[in-house]
Ligand binder design. Structure first.
Ligand SMILES: [Zn+2]
Length: 318
């Protein structure tokens, strides 16, 4: 599943493309992917203009001129692909370029390609659309289209009044945004305290404690703060928590700058691989010396997830 930096990378890409476009038509093949009342679609989606593309946790929010918003959760296998009307002509040219490029997923960018994709890496990102993974198609007045593809059908796209978004269950439960100003050390510690007896890693993965941090960035932050992931929250010293509080946004920003992490070829909104994993210090570095002390990084299992630690920097004591 994408984590905060990957979704933010898609948001940045779509925010450059969608605002100002008018939605002319919508198609969907699977009600669970698009669970909206036909009357709402007719009155508040068709004819609406895109105003803004936002993100909360791992959810994308497309605000519309009708004071409604589309909210999109990609879940495990969702992807968004924006395609210009000249796609067919460009397909041929792109195939040549892709062939030339070393990576099968490297796409020439922006206006040249007329295509932007982000999310789960399948051939749908570069192939002809719609295909059998296509769940929703938004067609804009100028002929461009946004495809929501989802092989496993866990993702969804919901139309809601913009004002009601904070009231939905997901938004009520989700923790603070680690990159926002209101994410203070005090807030972080208070949120963690709700999970006093959990391991610190399980607490970090809990989306009600903090929004958007998953396996990759939990391991990287704990390594940076020198905290062993299995230590219960209540046993982590205040100074270590302060280190962790500093580490999380720093690492997330670095990852956003790198275009996210290419976890099994995870792609950003321009179909490019994110490069954070090449900067990672602990995640998937088992067998490699710790860049801080030279001890070999180990892989263990914590909170049901493969977890990477430096056994010397991240001791089991406080
Ligand atoms: Zn170390």
């Amino acid at each position: 599943m994408p984590e905060l930096p990957e979704v933010e990378t898609i948001r940045i890409g779509l925010a450059k493309l969608l605002p100002g476009l008018e939605i002319k038509d919508v198609w969907h093949d699977w009600t669970k992917s698009f669970p909206n009342a036909p009357a709402d679609v007719k009155n508040f989606l068709i004819g609406a203009k895109v105003k803004e593309v936002r993100r909360r946790a791992k959810v994308l929010i497309i605000d519309l001129s009708t004071k409604y918003s589309l909210i999109i959760h990609l879940k495990m296998t969702g992807q968004l692909v924006f395609v210009s009307k000249n796609q067919q002509k460009l397909e041929t040219r792109k195939k040549k370029l892709v062939k030339k490029a070393n990576s099968q997923f490297l796409i020439p960018n922006s206006s040249e390609a007329g295509r932007f994709g982000g999310g789960h890496p399948t051939d749908s990102l570069i192939g002809k659309l719609p295909d059998k993974s296509t769940r929703v198609i938004l067609t804009f007045k100028d002929g461009r289209r946004l495809f929501f593809n989802d092989q496993r059908k866990f993702g969804w796209m919901r139309l809601l009044p913009t004002l009601e978004i904070p009231e939905i269950d997901f938004m009520k439960k989700v923790g603070p945004e680690p990159l926002e100003d209101d994410f203070t050390l005090k807030v972080f510690v208070e949120r963690l305290k709700r999970r006093q007896n959990s391991s610190i890693k399980a607490a970090l993965l809990d989306q009600s404690v903090l929004a958007g941090v998953g396996n990759i960035y939990a391991d990287e932050s704990l390594w940076a703060a020198k905290i062993h992931p299995t230590i219960p929250v209540k046993q982590v010293s205040r100074s270590k928590l302060a280190n962790l509080y500093e580490a999380i946004p720093t690492i997330l920003c670095l990852a956003i700058e790198a275009g996210g992490s290419t976890d099994r070829n995870y792609l950003d909104a321009q179909g490019k691989k994110g490069s954070y994993l090449s900067l990672a210090k602990a995640f998937r570095k088992e067998g490699v010396p710790c860049p801080r002390c030279g001890t070999i990084i180990e892989k263990i299992r914590v909170a049901g997830r493969g977890t990477h630690i430096c056994p010397k920097c991240q001791k089991l004591t406080k």
